[in-house]
Design a binder for this molecule. Structure first.
Ligand code: NAD
Length: 275
Protein backbone atom coordinates (compact mmCIF):
# COMPACT_ATOMS: atom_id res chain seq x y z
CA UNK A 1 0.00 0.00 0.00
CA UNK A 2 1.16 3.52 -0.75
CA UNK A 3 -0.63 6.78 0.10
CA UNK A 4 -0.60 10.31 -1.25
CA UNK A 5 1.20 9.64 -4.55
CA UNK A 6 0.99 12.41 -7.14
CA UNK A 7 2.41 13.36 -10.53
CA UNK A 8 5.70 11.66 -11.40
CA UNK A 9 5.79 9.77 -8.13
CA UNK A 10 2.49 8.15 -9.03
CA UNK A 11 3.64 7.30 -12.58
CA UNK A 12 6.84 5.72 -11.20
CA UNK A 13 5.21 3.60 -8.51
CA UNK A 14 1.86 2.65 -10.07
CA UNK A 15 3.26 -0.31 -12.08
CA UNK A 16 3.16 -2.64 -9.06
CA UNK A 17 -0.40 -1.94 -7.96
CA UNK A 18 -3.64 -3.81 -8.69
CA UNK A 19 -5.92 -1.02 -7.49
CA UNK A 20 -5.83 2.77 -7.28
CA UNK A 21 -8.19 4.80 -5.10
CA UNK A 22 -8.43 8.57 -5.57
CA UNK A 23 -10.66 11.46 -4.57
CA UNK A 24 -10.74 14.55 -6.78
CA UNK A 25 -7.23 16.03 -6.54
CA UNK A 26 -5.23 13.17 -8.13
CA UNK A 27 -5.30 13.29 -11.92
CA UNK A 28 -5.40 9.78 -13.37
CA UNK A 29 -4.11 10.70 -16.81
CA UNK A 30 -3.42 8.45 -19.81
CA UNK A 31 0.24 8.55 -18.79
CA UNK A 32 -0.59 7.17 -15.34
CA UNK A 33 -2.84 4.48 -16.81
CA UNK A 34 -0.26 3.39 -19.40
CA UNK A 35 2.37 3.09 -16.67
CA UNK A 36 0.02 0.96 -14.55
CA UNK A 37 0.93 -2.48 -15.86
CA UNK A 38 -1.01 -4.45 -13.22
CA UNK A 39 -3.90 -2.11 -12.59
CA UNK A 40 -7.34 -3.76 -12.58
CA UNK A 41 -9.54 -1.16 -10.94
CA UNK A 42 -9.63 2.57 -10.26
CA UNK A 43 -11.88 3.69 -7.42
CA UNK A 44 -13.03 7.30 -7.13
CA UNK A 45 -14.36 8.12 -3.66
CA UNK A 46 -16.95 10.62 -4.86
CA UNK A 47 -19.11 11.26 -7.90
CA UNK A 48 -17.42 13.15 -10.74
CA UNK A 49 -15.02 11.18 -12.93
CA UNK A 50 -13.56 14.29 -14.58
CA UNK A 51 -10.12 13.55 -13.07
CA UNK A 52 -9.88 10.09 -14.66
CA UNK A 53 -9.10 9.43 -18.33
CA UNK A 54 -11.99 7.01 -18.86
CA UNK A 55 -11.11 6.33 -22.49
CA UNK A 56 -7.58 5.25 -21.55
CA UNK A 57 -8.96 3.04 -18.73
CA UNK A 58 -11.46 1.42 -21.10
CA UNK A 59 -8.76 0.67 -23.68
CA UNK A 60 -6.74 -1.17 -21.02
CA UNK A 61 -9.79 -2.99 -19.61
CA UNK A 62 -9.44 -1.27 -16.24
CA UNK A 63 -12.69 -1.05 -14.32
CA UNK A 64 -13.63 2.36 -12.89
CA UNK A 65 -15.95 2.53 -9.87
CA UNK A 66 -17.27 5.49 -7.87
CA UNK A 67 -19.62 6.24 -4.97
CA UNK A 68 -22.37 8.36 -6.47
CA UNK A 69 -24.83 8.17 -3.59
CA UNK A 70 -22.47 8.57 -0.64
CA UNK A 71 -22.46 12.35 -0.49
CA UNK A 72 -25.93 13.19 -1.84
CA UNK A 73 -27.24 14.28 1.57
CA UNK A 74 -24.18 16.47 2.19
CA UNK A 75 -24.67 18.29 -1.12
CA UNK A 76 -28.42 18.59 -0.54
CA UNK A 77 -27.85 20.15 2.89
CA UNK A 78 -25.36 22.67 1.48
CA UNK A 79 -27.93 23.55 -1.19
CA UNK A 80 -30.58 24.29 1.45
CA UNK A 81 -27.99 26.34 3.36
CA UNK A 82 -27.18 28.31 0.20
CA UNK A 83 -30.85 29.06 -0.42
CA UNK A 84 -31.35 30.36 3.11
CA UNK A 85 -28.04 32.25 3.12
CA UNK A 86 -29.09 33.97 -0.13
CA UNK A 87 -32.64 34.70 1.00
CA UNK A 88 -31.50 36.15 4.34
CA UNK A 89 -28.25 37.96 3.42
CA UNK A 90 -26.26 35.84 5.86
CA UNK A 91 -22.88 36.51 4.26
CA UNK A 92 -23.46 40.23 3.72
CA UNK A 93 -24.55 40.54 7.35
CA UNK A 94 -21.38 38.83 8.53
CA UNK A 95 -19.11 40.92 6.31
CA UNK A 96 -20.92 44.10 7.43
CA UNK A 97 -20.42 43.38 11.11
CA UNK A 98 -16.76 42.61 10.48
CA UNK A 99 -16.41 46.09 9.01
CA UNK A 100 -18.40 47.70 11.86
CA UNK A 101 -21.66 48.02 9.88
CA UNK A 102 -25.04 47.19 11.45
CA UNK A 103 -27.10 47.02 8.24
CA UNK A 104 -30.35 45.81 9.78
CA UNK A 105 -32.68 47.86 7.55
CA UNK A 106 -30.86 47.12 4.32
CA UNK A 107 -30.86 43.39 4.94
CA UNK A 108 -34.55 42.62 4.73
CA UNK A 109 -34.79 39.11 3.29
CA UNK A 110 -37.50 36.83 1.95
CA UNK A 111 -38.99 33.60 3.27
CA UNK A 112 -38.77 30.28 1.50
CA UNK A 113 -42.21 29.30 2.81
CA UNK A 114 -44.91 29.35 0.15
CA UNK A 115 -42.45 30.04 -2.69
CA UNK A 116 -41.88 27.90 -5.77
CA UNK A 117 -38.59 26.02 -5.94
CA UNK A 118 -37.51 24.79 -9.38
CA UNK A 119 -35.09 21.87 -9.37
CA UNK A 120 -33.24 21.18 -12.62
CA UNK A 121 -32.08 17.54 -12.50
CA UNK A 122 -34.07 15.26 -10.18
CA UNK A 123 -31.42 12.59 -9.56
CA UNK A 124 -29.90 11.47 -6.28
CA UNK A 125 -29.13 14.97 -4.98
CA UNK A 126 -32.12 16.71 -6.58
CA UNK A 127 -34.48 14.30 -4.82
CA UNK A 128 -32.87 14.88 -1.41
CA UNK A 129 -33.19 18.63 -2.01
CA UNK A 130 -36.86 18.25 -3.02
CA UNK A 131 -37.74 16.34 0.17
CA UNK A 132 -36.16 19.00 2.36
CA UNK A 133 -37.74 21.93 0.50
CA UNK A 134 -41.18 20.38 0.90
CA UNK A 135 -40.62 20.31 4.67
CA UNK A 136 -39.91 24.05 4.50
CA UNK A 137 -43.34 24.60 2.96
CA UNK A 138 -42.21 25.27 -0.61
CA UNK A 139 -43.98 24.22 -3.79
CA UNK A 140 -41.43 22.00 -5.51
CA UNK A 141 -41.32 21.62 -9.32
CA UNK A 142 -38.61 20.04 -11.46
CA UNK A 143 -37.32 19.61 -14.97
CA UNK A 144 -35.55 16.39 -15.85
CA UNK A 145 -35.89 14.80 -19.32
CA UNK A 146 -35.29 11.32 -17.85
CA UNK A 147 -37.75 11.54 -14.94
CA UNK A 148 -41.30 11.78 -16.24
CA UNK A 149 -43.01 11.70 -12.85
CA UNK A 150 -42.15 11.79 -9.18
CA UNK A 151 -43.92 11.47 -5.86
CA UNK A 152 -42.01 14.41 -4.35
CA UNK A 153 -42.19 17.10 -7.02
CA UNK A 154 -44.23 18.16 -10.04
CA UNK A 155 -42.64 18.03 -13.51
CA UNK A 156 -42.55 21.19 -15.64
CA UNK A 157 -41.05 22.10 -18.99
CA UNK A 158 -37.73 23.89 -18.57
CA UNK A 159 -38.94 27.26 -19.86
CA UNK A 160 -41.96 27.24 -17.58
CA UNK A 161 -39.81 26.32 -14.60
CA UNK A 162 -37.46 29.20 -15.44
CA UNK A 163 -40.33 31.66 -15.88
CA UNK A 164 -42.23 30.80 -12.70
CA UNK A 165 -39.76 29.71 -10.00
CA UNK A 166 -38.75 31.96 -7.09
CA UNK A 167 -35.72 29.77 -6.37
CA UNK A 168 -33.87 27.69 -8.96
CA UNK A 169 -31.35 25.02 -8.01
CA UNK A 170 -29.25 22.91 -10.37
CA UNK A 171 -28.54 19.20 -9.84
CA UNK A 172 -27.63 17.88 -13.28
CA UNK A 173 -24.30 16.84 -14.81
CA UNK A 174 -22.10 19.07 -16.95
CA UNK A 175 -22.08 17.72 -20.51
CA UNK A 176 -21.70 19.24 -23.96
CA UNK A 177 -25.50 19.67 -23.91
CA UNK A 178 -25.73 21.32 -20.50
CA UNK A 179 -22.74 23.68 -20.81
CA UNK A 180 -24.08 27.23 -20.44
CA UNK A 181 -27.60 25.84 -20.26
CA UNK A 182 -28.32 28.79 -17.96
CA UNK A 183 -27.24 31.85 -19.93
CA UNK A 184 -28.46 35.28 -21.01
CA UNK A 185 -31.68 34.00 -22.61
CA UNK A 186 -32.58 31.97 -19.53
CA UNK A 187 -31.85 34.84 -17.12
CA UNK A 188 -34.13 37.07 -19.20
CA UNK A 189 -36.96 34.57 -18.81
CA UNK A 190 -36.60 34.30 -15.03
CA UNK A 191 -38.71 36.12 -12.46
CA UNK A 192 -37.38 39.42 -11.18
CA UNK A 193 -35.53 38.75 -7.93
CA UNK A 194 -35.06 35.00 -8.40
CA UNK A 195 -32.48 33.18 -6.27
CA UNK A 196 -30.17 30.74 -8.09
CA UNK A 197 -28.10 27.99 -6.51
CA UNK A 198 -25.46 25.91 -8.31
CA UNK A 199 -23.96 23.08 -6.27
CA UNK A 200 -23.71 20.83 -9.37
CA UNK A 201 -20.92 21.73 -11.78
CA UNK A 202 -19.36 24.98 -12.93
CA UNK A 203 -19.99 25.64 -16.60
CA UNK A 204 -23.68 24.76 -16.49
CA UNK A 205 -24.19 28.45 -15.71
CA UNK A 206 -22.64 31.09 -17.98
CA UNK A 207 -20.81 33.12 -15.32
CA UNK A 208 -20.57 36.24 -17.47
CA UNK A 209 -24.37 36.28 -17.95
CA UNK A 210 -24.87 35.51 -14.25
CA UNK A 211 -22.64 38.43 -13.28
CA UNK A 212 -24.81 40.86 -15.27
CA UNK A 213 -28.04 39.34 -13.92
CA UNK A 214 -26.77 39.72 -10.34
CA UNK A 215 -25.50 43.22 -10.95
CA UNK A 216 -28.84 44.38 -12.40
CA UNK A 217 -30.81 42.75 -9.58
CA UNK A 218 -32.68 40.43 -11.95
CA UNK A 219 -31.16 37.66 -9.88
CA UNK A 220 -31.53 38.69 -6.24
CA UNK A 221 -28.69 36.48 -5.06
CA UNK A 222 -26.77 33.38 -6.10
CA UNK A 223 -25.20 30.60 -4.08
CA UNK A 224 -22.31 28.98 -5.93
CA UNK A 225 -20.20 26.02 -4.83
CA UNK A 226 -18.81 25.26 -8.30
CA UNK A 227 -17.23 27.43 -11.00
CA UNK A 228 -16.21 27.44 -14.64
CA UNK A 229 -12.57 27.55 -13.52
CA UNK A 230 -11.55 26.23 -10.11
CA UNK A 231 -10.09 27.52 -7.91
CA UNK A 232 -12.14 30.67 -8.53
CA UNK A 233 -9.69 33.45 -9.02
CA UNK A 234 -9.87 37.01 -10.28
CA UNK A 235 -13.56 36.58 -11.13
CA UNK A 236 -15.88 39.58 -11.30
CA UNK A 237 -18.31 37.57 -9.18
CA UNK A 238 -16.07 38.19 -6.17
CA UNK A 239 -16.82 41.93 -6.33
CA UNK A 240 -20.56 41.41 -5.85
CA UNK A 241 -22.20 41.41 -2.44
CA UNK A 242 -25.23 39.31 -3.46
CA UNK A 243 -23.29 36.07 -3.91
CA UNK A 244 -22.48 33.26 -1.53
CA UNK A 245 -19.31 31.52 -2.68
CA UNK A 246 -17.86 28.27 -1.36
CA UNK A 247 -14.82 26.35 -2.68
CA UNK A 248 -16.53 23.18 -4.01
CA UNK A 249 -17.32 21.87 -0.53
CA UNK A 250 -20.63 20.15 -1.36
CA UNK A 251 -19.36 16.68 -0.50
CA UNK A 252 -16.95 17.84 2.20
CA UNK A 253 -18.52 16.58 5.38
CA UNK A 254 -17.22 14.18 7.99
CA UNK A 255 -20.13 11.81 7.35
CA UNK A 256 -20.10 12.08 3.56
CA UNK A 257 -16.36 11.43 3.23
CA UNK A 258 -16.50 8.52 5.67
CA UNK A 259 -19.40 6.97 3.75
CA UNK A 260 -17.56 7.48 0.44
CA UNK A 261 -14.34 5.98 1.86
CA UNK A 262 -16.01 2.83 3.17
CA UNK A 263 -18.12 2.40 0.05
CA UNK A 264 -15.19 2.77 -2.35
CA UNK A 265 -13.07 0.26 -0.40
CA UNK A 266 -15.93 -2.23 -0.64
CA UNK A 267 -16.48 -1.63 -4.35
CA UNK A 268 -12.79 -1.93 -5.19
CA UNK A 269 -12.57 -5.25 -3.29
CA UNK A 270 -15.67 -6.50 -5.11
CA UNK A 271 -14.14 -5.52 -8.44
CA UNK A 272 -10.89 -7.33 -7.62
CA UNK A 273 -12.75 -10.47 -6.48
CA UNK A 274 -14.92 -10.36 -9.58
CA UNK A 275 -11.84 -11.07 -11.68
P1 NAD B 1 -27.58 11.95 -10.77
O1 NAD B 1 -26.97 11.32 -11.97
O2 NAD B 1 -28.14 11.09 -9.70
O3 NAD B 1 -28.73 12.96 -11.23
C1 NAD B 1 -28.58 13.86 -12.28
C2 NAD B 1 -29.94 14.07 -12.92
O4 NAD B 1 -29.81 15.10 -13.90
C3 NAD B 1 -30.48 12.82 -13.63
O5 NAD B 1 -31.76 12.48 -13.15
C4 NAD B 1 -30.52 13.24 -15.10
O6 NAD B 1 -31.62 12.68 -15.81
C5 NAD B 1 -30.66 14.75 -14.98
N1 NAD B 1 -30.28 15.47 -16.19
C6 NAD B 1 -29.35 15.14 -17.12
N2 NAD B 1 -29.32 16.05 -18.10
C7 NAD B 1 -30.28 16.97 -17.79
C8 NAD B 1 -30.75 18.14 -18.43
N3 NAD B 1 -30.24 18.55 -19.61
N4 NAD B 1 -31.72 18.84 -17.83
C9 NAD B 1 -32.26 18.44 -16.66
N5 NAD B 1 -31.87 17.32 -16.02
C10 NAD B 1 -30.89 16.61 -16.58
O7 NAD B 1 -26.45 12.93 -10.18
P2 NAD B 1 -26.32 13.47 -8.68
O8 NAD B 1 -25.50 12.51 -7.90
O9 NAD B 1 -27.64 13.88 -8.19
O10 NAD B 1 -25.38 14.76 -8.95
C11 NAD B 1 -25.93 15.94 -9.52
C12 NAD B 1 -24.82 16.94 -9.80
O11 NAD B 1 -24.16 17.31 -8.57
C13 NAD B 1 -23.71 16.42 -10.70
O12 NAD B 1 -23.32 17.46 -11.58
C14 NAD B 1 -22.58 16.14 -9.76
O13 NAD B 1 -21.34 16.21 -10.39
C15 NAD B 1 -22.75 17.26 -8.76
N6 NAD B 1 -22.09 17.07 -7.48
C16 NAD B 1 -21.52 18.16 -6.88
C17 NAD B 1 -20.86 18.03 -5.65
C18 NAD B 1 -20.25 19.21 -4.97
O14 NAD B 1 -19.27 19.03 -4.28
N7 NAD B 1 -20.78 20.40 -5.11
C19 NAD B 1 -20.79 16.77 -5.03
C20 NAD B 1 -21.42 15.69 -5.65
C21 NAD B 1 -22.06 15.86 -6.88
Amino acid sequence: TAYGLKGHDLIEKIADFDALIVRSATKVTREVIEAAKNLKVIGRAGVGLDNIDLEAARERGIEVVNTPGATAISVAELTIGMMIACARNVVRGTLGIKSSLWEKKALKGIELFGKRAGIIGLGRIGREVAKRLKCLGMEVVYYDPLVSESDIARPLELDELLRTSDFITLHLPLTEKTRHMIGEREFEMMKEGVILVNCARGGIVDEEALYHALKSGKVRAAGLDVFEVEPLNRSKLIELNNVVLTPHIGAQTVEGQKRAGIEIARKVLEALKGR
